[in-house]
Design a protein. Structure first.
Ligand code: HAM
Length: 418
């Protein structure tokens, strides 16, 4: 048997209904915040990710799916979306249309990580990228959008941590102090961290090795290297988040795993997920557009992992996502009537399931239950005679007879948002 590749998965019915519900919600909320969708190709030139995400990051140094095509060009399946969106922003000169660009996406990404719970080799994200705004109110808007989407999707127990890693100059200053601090421990560091010590010492703060985490506990805080302007910016972000009533904690060790960040960084986690607990991460990248060849333009964004969100939502939402009707026809005349009702209800926007296998009432109701359907409409000989359908609420078990003339209107009223 040919099977799917390790770390990838199929999204089958009934799970796909949950994905659709989440995606619909995300699009709806993005619209409310004034974001427009952008879609970019599945693969890009490898150089884009090397330059944007950084050669010393885990993503670029060991996780990319890269190959050389027949013409000798190095291509990479996108491991993240900030770099492709920045590339598109520059290529199409989007700032010409409007100095403020607010873009969102829902897409598949590829990283060759070790597969485990919440970590896949093909996974999905939704996220935003905003170009052209450097004031702290946009940081607060982007962070609150990330937090509010997760909350509106029904996720509880969210933890938001934020930090500022300062502008380029502050980070250069900090690089020297972290090198000075780590010098006495150099021999104890892993090979990767020793390499990073020379090329990119900030990356060492991302380590998962227990001894290195222990050493870093006493490392100097990046906060001490921030300029007055960066400090003021960060204080304003915190102040606005308080006004927006978004609960957060400051963590001065949060540098994030990608090299393009500057100033504000943030992450939202959920305890339910265990080790892979990050639902969402993001931050500012004020130098990235220029580094990739565009005009100097500030940027900020976030991305949230859909598989992890779906995992948390799975149980909670399953029972709510099916404002659907299961139509049961018993006997050939009743089947004709239920086919007619099914068509009218579907035309009015309702989801209606219908059993062409002509199974028994009991097994049809079992099927309705499996699908998480709320209402069953039952029509047999008796109902045909009385001109009334039997409408059963499968969650409460209550049932009533409703005449064929008004049953459609009644059901449409029950599910006004379908
Ligand atoms: P990231 O932290 O690499 O950031 O990924 C964001 C989210 O994607 C994570 O918090 C996680 O939920 C999900 N994720 C990442 N890797 C995997 C995986 N292997 N399997 C399942 N889910 C995963 C970025 O990608 C940045 N581009 C975010 C950003 C946008 N920063 C600014 N704008």
């Amino acid at each position: 048997m040919i099977r799917s590749i390790k770390g990838t998965h199929d999204i089958l019915p009934v799970e796909s209904a949950l994905w659709q519900a989440v995606e619909k919600n995300v699009r709806n909320i993005m619209g409310r915040y004034g974001y427009s969708e952008i879609r970019t190709p599945a693969f890009e030139g490898t150089e884009l990710f090397k330059r944007a995400v950084g050669e010393d990051t885990d993503i670029v140094s060991k996780e990319m799916y890269t190959w050389t095509d027949q013409s000798g060009t190095s291509l990479t399946l996108k491991p993240e979306l900030t770099a492709p969106v920045v590339r598109a922003f520059i290529q199409h000169n989007l700032s010409r249309l409007n100095p403020l660009q607010k873009l969102y996406y829902i897409d598949a990404l590829f990283r060759r990580e070790r597969p485990q719970k919440g970590r896949f080799r093909q996974f999905h994200q939704f996220g935003v990228e905003v170009f052209g705004a450097e004031n702290p109110e946009i940081d607060a808007e982007v962070i609150s959008l990330a937090f509010n989407i997760l909350k509106e999707l029904g996720l509880g127990n969210l933890k938001l941590i934020i930090n500022s890693i300062g502008s380029k100059d502050c980070r250069n200053k900090y690089r020297n102090s972290i090198r000075d601090f780590l010098k006495p421990y150099f021999k104890e560091l892993s090979e990767t961290s020793q390499k990073r010590f020379h090329n990119n010492p900030l990356r060492i703060l991302d380590t998962k090795i227990p001894r290195e985490i222990e050493i870093l506990q006493n490392a100097p805080s990046i906060t001490n290297s921030l300029s007055q302007i960066d400090n003021d910016h960060f204080s304003k972000v915190c102040e606005y988040l308080e006004i927006l009533k978004i609960p957060f904690k400051v963590d001065d060790k949060l540098v994030r795993g990608l090299d393009y960040y500057s100033r504000t960084t943030f992450e939202i986690t959920s305890d339910i997920l265990g080790a892979q607990n990050a639902l969402c991460g993001g931050g500012r990248y004020d130098d990235l557009v220029e580094n990739l060849g565009g005009k100097s333009t500030p940027g900020i964004g976030f991305a949230a992992g859909l598989e992890r969100i779906i995992m948390v939502l799975d149980e909670e939402l399953k029972s709510e996502i099916s404002p659907a009707v299961y139509m049961v026809g018993l006997g050939s005349q009743a089947i004709a009537k239920t086919m007619e009702l099914t068509q009218v209800l579907r035309n009015r926007g309702l989801t209606v399931h219908f059993d062409p296998l002509r199974r028994s009432l009991k097994s049809q109701l079992r099927e309705a239950d499996r699908l998480g359907v709320k209402i069953a409409v039952i029509v047999g000989d008796q109902e045909l005679n009385t001109g009334k359908a039997l409408v059963k609420d499968l969650t409460s078990g209550s049932q009533q007879e409703i005449s064929f003339e008004v049953v459609v209107e009644n059901l449409v009223e029950l599910f006004p948002e379908s």
